[in-house]
Design a protein around this ligand. Sequence first.
Ligand code: ATP
Ligand code: MG
Length: 420
Amino acid sequence: MSKEPIRSIKGTQDILPDQSSRWQTLESTIRNTMHTYDYFEIRTPAFENTSLFLHSVGEESDIVSKEMYTWIDQGGENLTLKPELTAPVTRAFIQNNLGGLNPINKLYYIDSLFRRERPQKGRYRQFHQFGVEVFGSEFPEIDVEVISLAMSIFNTLELEGLTLELNSIGSEDCRNNFRTAIKEYLKPNFDKLSETSQKRFKRNPLRILDTKSLEEKTLLKDGPQISDYWTSDDKDHFNEVCELLDKINIKFELSPNLVRGLDYYTRTTFEVTSNLLGAQNAICGGGRYDGLVEQLGGKPTPGIGFAAGMERLLLVNQKSDETIKSQIYVIGLGDSARSLIINIALELRQNNIRTSFDLLRRSIKSQMRDANKLGAKYVIIIGEEELTKNIATIKNLSNGDQEQIPLDSILSHIKSLPLK
Ligand code: ATP
Ligand code: MG
């Protein structure tokens, strides 16, 4: 009786060897840029106490209200697979007293996240983000550094068709006043609002600005604007962010309704979208969260960060990746050649030369075919004649040239060849 093979979970993906080099290139681009900006990596656990997300991301957010993988473990603890990184990184920042060690902490991550969403192109249940969280500075310079860091990575990846949208949702005072005003304005139209917006009206009116409905968007256009409620400090901060972005030639569009989905944001919010993606067009979102550290029990500390979706970046990254090719393939036949071949391969590998040999005890002809398939530049042949004469034949697979050299000079000879 044949068994049904077990399949992966819906919304998760295997990254197979033909794709993993694209991931590696993306990851090394991210790391290189992070390091030139002097950001340091932080890694946090895959799961946390559920309360961490309830107290930061907010119960009304999509993430907390419907997307978290949450369970009670055998010890009765309420746990959640991380659906985002700002809360875990902030928890780690507080718990490890990073603020006491350094007045400013510039952290970055590359990580896997989990959200129970409806899987579709660009939307998965396990996906990857890279991002940064910076703690300690309230000044516009850091807003601009964080935005320019994200844009610099997208530029290095040669992504096209991107738009940077920018807004400020002000400080707490501003948002309190705006909340009252928008409720006042929408009250007469409450019955016409969508179910989602009605819920938000009661629990988190700011998020109504996030609506996808055209009718509601038109209604909002004539209503109160957040910018009318900015304090003078909010206004100065935002103007300075815009001026500095202009000075370093980063193009942006003002997007007065950009509030982002999570509760913890304050002042600067931004999003980067791509016109190459359909409905799932956001590749990066971020902003300031000056109240979050305190909200999670730490000393009041301003913070700002962003997170970018790596699957979506790879979808918009049209640049094809050069596949990595083998350099040397060692060919031989029979018991007497076998240990010699293993030795030669070992020595070359120890010298950082990519080397393969046959693991299926195939004929010389099949081994040659395998070498071509792997894209090897040279083959080293240890045949009967070579064994008796203590030599090796080196063949250049691109032009067919071959020469014989003493066995003990293989390494120095190979090193003298152009291998790339
Ligand atoms: P969306 O509006 O697309 O649901 P979001 O506001 O939930 O995005 P964030 O929480 O800001 O997204 O996450 C930052 C980035 O992570 C997004 O801009 C997107 O590129 C990516 N992302 C979010 N959810 C997913 C997912 N389920 N699968 C793949 N990428 C995702
Ligand atoms: Mg979402």
